[in-house]
Ligand binder design. Structure first.
Ligand code: CP
Length: 320
């Protein structure tokens, strides 16, 4: 009897927006990681081909950002997209204009996608309900930061030689610190679990309550027993601007800082990540952030590739 014909299914992402990683199928996440991979090692600039960028994207950043805003800008430019940056205190939001009115105003200028960062959870979803173009969530309150979650998943897979198939099964990662306020923790957990990894949230009960296990991660209040068995640790910034409080910074460092001692006890090949920006000397020791296990700079590099891939995916077939 002849063998059954094998079919190779190319993963696809067909949604209009990218608002969250929670709720996506593993194959949808793999499709976005495959789009990332096309750009991860020396993305090719398409600008200058015909000299006239055909499409444009609007950036609506109503909360501080360095790496996300810059990398969306670079990603768009490398794809030949015109960037309309309508961010910061210079907009009519300062005069009381609503986010929806601002988004509609930018859309009416002809943009083909909107990238939204906002301090309110759900802001990108609200915008997506009021505009016709694709909306990309660049971080909304403590809800989600899907492109950062893709960065974190890609970086972990790459470091462990798992890019073929984007299969993270058997990998164990600890996400440590201010989990409660972290949209990055939520997005990274969704992506890593969908790809088969085990995720452990670690931190003090005030910043990592047992209820976080609803996301499918194990919750632990002790870091040290986990250190020898994990394939990666991601330190999270303590988000003082979201009302995170520490009873004692000294005690927090002692129990949860990703420091040299802990890094030295990790397995060979285990990596240290941080989505940035970092509180150096608090959740992560400076020497570890810059040390041999750190892939933090690689996370930033991958940010451009992820955002190129997301633009291509949501704007296809018009780019290129
Ligand atoms: N990781 C991240 O979102 O960084 P920024 O706030 O600098 O964009």
């Amino acid at each position: 009897m002849p063998p059954a014909p094998t079919t190779t299914r190319t993963p696809t992402y067909t949604r209009r927006h990218l608002l969250a990683l929670q709720g996506l199928e593993a194959e949808e996440i793999r499709a976005l990681l495959a789009a990332t991979r096309r750009h991860a090692n020396g993305p090719v600039s398409r600008q200058g081909g015909d000299g006239a960028p055909a499409r444009s994207v609007g950036l609506l950043f109503f909360e501080a950002s360095t790496r996300t805003r810059v990398s969306f800008t670079v990603a768009a430019q490398r794809l030949g997209l015109f960037v309309l940056d309508c961010s910061g205190p210079g907009t009519s939001a300062a005069k009381g204009e609503t986010l929806i009115d601002t988004a509609r105003t930018i859309e009416s200028n002809g943009v083909d996608a909107l990238v939204v960062r906002h301090a309110a959870s759900g802001a990108a979803a609200i915008v997506s309900a009021h505009v016709k173009c694709p909306v990309i969530n660049a971080g909304d309150g403590r809800h989600e930061h899907p492109t950062q979650g893709l960065i974190d998943a890609y970086t972990l897979l790459e470091a462990h030689g798992r890019l073929e198939g984007f299969d993270a099964s058997g990998l164990r990662i600890a996400i440590v610190g201010d989990v409660a306020h972290s949209r990055v923790a939520r997005s990274a957990c969704a992506a890593l679990r969908a790809l088969g990894a085990e995720v452990i949230f670690v931190g003090p009960p005030s910043l990592c309550p047992p209820s976080m296990s609803a996301l499918g991660a194990r919750v632990s209040h002790e870091l040290d027993p986990l250190i020898p068995d994990i394939d990666g640790v991601m330190a999270l910034r303590v988000q003082f601007e979201r009302a995170a409080t520490l009873a004692s910074a000294r005690e927090y460092r002692a129990l949860y800082q990703v420091d040299e001692r802990r890094a030295s006890l990790m397995k060979p090949g285990a990596i240290v990540m941080h989505p940035g920006p970092m509180n150096r000397g608090l959740e992560i020791a400076s020497t570890v952030a810059d040390g041999p296990r750190s892939v933090i700079r690689r996370q930033v590099e991958i940010g451009v590739a992820v955002r190129m891939g997301v633009f291509e995916t949501l704007l296809t077939p018009a780019i290129g």
